[in-house]
Ligand binder design. Sequence first.
Ligand SMILES: NC(=O)c1ccc[n+]([C@@H]2O[C@H](COP(=O)([O-])OP(=O)(O)OC[C@H]3O[C@@H](n4cnc5c(N)ncnc54)[C@H](OP(=O)(O)O)[C@@H]3O)[C@@H](O)[C@H]2O)c1
Length: 238
Amino acid sequence: MNTSSAKPLDGQIALVTGASRGIGAEIAFQLAEKGAHIIAAARTQGGLEELDDRIQAIGGSATLLPIDLGKLDEVDKIGPSLAERFGKLDILVANAGMLGPLSPVTHIRPKEFENVMTLNFMSNVRLVRSVDPLMRTAPAARGVFLTSLLAQKPMAYWGPYCASKAALETFAQTYALETKETNMKINAVHPGIVDTKMLQGAFPGGFPGATKTPEQAATDIIPFCLPTCDKHGEIILL
Ligand SMILES: NC(=O)c1ccc[n+]([C@@H]2O[C@H](COP(=O)([O-])OP(=O)(O)OC[C@H]3O[C@@H](n4cnc5c(N)ncnc54)[C@H](OP(=O)(O)O)[C@@H]3O)[C@@H](O)[C@H]2O)c1
């Protein structure tokens, strides 16, 4: 057997949500480069297939999971289906997110506010509930929740996004407290200001400052996905 090609995450299973583009696609690719089998979740089949092509081109492997994570009953099915196929989950990157309306909170329709809370917050609550037994089964599971600086420093007209990320951060910290006697490490990570479709949606004329590429953001986030990460319950601002 040729052991010289052994990779640090060989045999590990990584679920990355929002893997069809942006930061999530790059995290998935870089985890695959390190040898993890990727479960890539998002709605856009074409984006997932593009990622799959890139992963296959480097000799990696992925399972595509086309799913609308806003449909919470569908989210509940993820854990059981991963249990059947893989029996454990080593890495969870809860990255899928949406910006939602940028408007005064009093002008936002309840349903629009709810959609943002559902995807950015509740879908992660349901996802954790679904995959927690699989993470406990893994020898050193790592969970990374993509948050934003705006969770702690809200900005006018960004109400749904700020509130949903604040809820997500508190949830991640609570989950970390409840898993401190396990082998798991759970953290929330703000990736920095990253040039993606989401940022372009918020600043159609271009962000007035320095930005990172999704590749750079992913490289900065990967250490929190690895068994060597010893941080737990932290909010990391990159
Ligand atoms: N970019 C930044 O500067 C920045 C800063 C702070 C935090 N973040 C956070 O980083 C994460 C990634 O953001 P990004 O900038 O890479 O955004 P992005 O380019 O808009 O990507 C968002 C990802 O989430 C997926 N997604 C959206 N709605 C979904 C749904 N209903 N079901 C399943 N997947 C869904 C999208 O896939 P589909 O559309 O194919 O479903 C896409 O893969 C987000 O949580 C964001 O809040 C970003």
